[in-house]
Design a protein around this ligand. Structure first.
Ligand SMILES: Cc1cc2nc3c(=O)[nH]c(=O)nc-3n(C[C@H](O)[C@H](O)[C@H](O)COP(=O)(O)OP(=O)(O)OC[C@H]3O[C@@H](n4cnc5c(N)ncnc54)[C@H](O)[C@@H]3O)c2cc1C
Length: 444
């Protein structure tokens, strides 16, 4: 890229690496804030899979500004028509009903992950953002005045780099200077999404859709070591299920505690996209009284539609910034979330919106300040939500339904109001100058 400062000297030139939800949001928001963006992804075209994820009101507060609400409307049309999650134990006894505050109609959406990312991508295209696919970024560099990347052997420069290359980030080591890799949590997850037509032959699975036309359902079954989430999307047209289990939770494997040898036993992948045999998932619920309701949903899964991956986590990084503060990690590259938290995508969206405002308020000559303030504004909030996700995973894995201590009772969504009520853009605008004035100049 030739820097466009020759054309519009006030614009901040930004390179974005990775076009997942974090990279796309950063690209959209940086463009909307008047910056000059060029973004790269190594896949030949937009290629995202996954079942459903939830976008809560904290992220919707960003999206609702896009095209006067049209993008939000598209996401809303694609949303699963769910207004509660019913929570059961492994016997099928209803234990709780969660009203999904922050994710209900008009507040947020539970939506197909690939479809949502597609809607973000199409909006970025309509804005005219320079998005390039088939571009594998292999290295990063910075000096006092610029930062940049190497892509397919070409050196490209800008004022700063925003790296959003996901949980298995290569940028992390290049930017932080140390190799921090995600850790195993001891859990793994099977996930699947398929057309509800596949269920039509299966009488035993009718409970999921019959008599519930025009609406969607979400049920969470929580037993010791294993949780099973099942539901529908697009008003009964799609079926989703996910089975999270301790890696040693299969009865025959309980004597083994070493997760490394267990990984090879299970052949569980660290990446999201390893296709799995559904009969393996079935084994985790063989002793459940409610098995007869879940089994037909699992066995109806078409070949190639079940994925199995380890649930990974990462301690908070010491910093998301490079040494000279011209490169920043955002999204899963900086802070992967456990899948049960339901905030991974939301925090990616908050990241992108925040960094765009900080760079605007800092201006081209203050890019390093802009990135430093963005990190400060985001770091503690993200770490706190990650911690909540870990607590939640612990209660899910232990599943003490009859316990006397209410805090030990499993919960699908311990999402306090401060998560969903946050307006990251208002926060960035209000706090930028205060935080900038407190930065230690020696670190510039
Ligand atoms: C199945 C599933 C369900 C989920 N459910 C929820 C949920 O309910 N709620 C929620 O909030 N979150 C959920 N999440 C998490 C959420 O989707 C992630 O937190 C979020 O998508 C991470 O986005 P990202 O942009 O940081 O990373 P990614 O989506 O991983 O994107 C990284 C991008 O970087 C690209 N890339 C990597 N390396 C390079 C390179 N060297 N050069 C160029 N490009 C590169 C990749 O091709 C990819 O497109 C879920 C995730 C999955 C997989």
């Amino acid at each position: 890229m030739t820097k466009t400062e020759k054309d519009r000297p006030e614009q901040v030139d930004i390179i974005i690496v990775g076009l997942g939800i974090a990279g796309l949001t950063a690209a959209i928001e940086c463009h909307r804030n008047g910056h000059n963006v060029i973004a790269f992804d190594r896949t030949p075209s937009l290629l995202h899979v996954g079942d459903i994820f939830s976008i809560g009101s904290n992220a919707v507060s960003v999206i609702r500004h896009w095209e006067d609400g049209a993008v939000s409307s598209s996401l809303n049309e694609a949303r699963c028509a769910i207004d509660e999650i019913q929570i059961f134990d492994q016997t099928g006894k209803l234990q709780d009903v969660n009203n999904m505050e922050g994710y209900r109609d008009g507040e947020g959406y539970v939506v197909n992950r690939a479809e949502a990312i597609g809607i973000f991508f199409e909006y970025a295209q309509r804005l005219g953002v320079d998005l390039r696919f088939g571009a594998n970024v292999t290295d990063y560099w910075e000096d006092e005045h610029n930062a940049g990347i190497f892509v397919d052997g070409m050196r490209i420069e800008a004022d700063c780099v925003i790296a959003t290359d996901g949980i298995h980030s290569k940028a992390r080591e290049a930017i932080c200077g140390t190799a921090v890799t995600p850790k195993k949590t001891g859990s793994a997850i099977y996930r699947s999404g398929y057309s509800a037509e596949e269920l039509s032959q299966t009488h035993a699975a009718e409970w999921l859709t019959k008599g519930k036309e025009g609406k969607d359902q979400l049920y969470h079954f929580i037993g010791k070591d294993v949780t099973f989430l099942v539901g529908t999307g697009r008003r009964g047209k799609d079926v989703y299920w996910g089975c999270m289990h301790k890696v040693y939770s299969h009865p025959g494997l309980r004597h083994i505690r070493d997760t490394k040898s267990l990984q090879s036993l299970h052949d569980v992948s660290e990446a999201w996209l390893q296709v799995s045999d559904v009969t393996r998932a079935l084994k985790h619920i063989t002793s459940w009284e409610v098995k007869h309701r879940l089994e037909p949903i699992i066995t109806s899964t078409p070949q190639g539609k079940c994925f199995d991956h380890l649930v990974l986590t990462m301690d908070p990084l010491p910093s998301w910034l490079s040494k000279k503060n011209r490169m920043i990690l955002l999204g899963d590259a900086a802070h992967p979330f456990l899948p049960n938290t339901g905030q991974g995508a939301n925090q990616c969206i908050e990241d992108g919106a925040t960094v765009a405002i900080c760079l605007k308020l800092a201006g081209k000559s203050g890019v390093t300040t802009g990135l430093r303030v963005a990190e400060r504004l985001r770091y503690q909030r993200v770490a706190k939500i990650q911690e909540l996700g870990h607590k939640m995973l612990e209660t899910l894995q232990n599943a003490k339904w009859e316990g006397e201590n209410a805090e030990e009772t499993p919960t699908m969504v311990t999402r306090p109001a401060w998560i969903c009520s946050h307006d990251c853009q208002q926060h960035a605008n209000a706090e930028f100058h205060k935080v900038a004035s407190m930065l230690d100049d020696s670190k510039n």
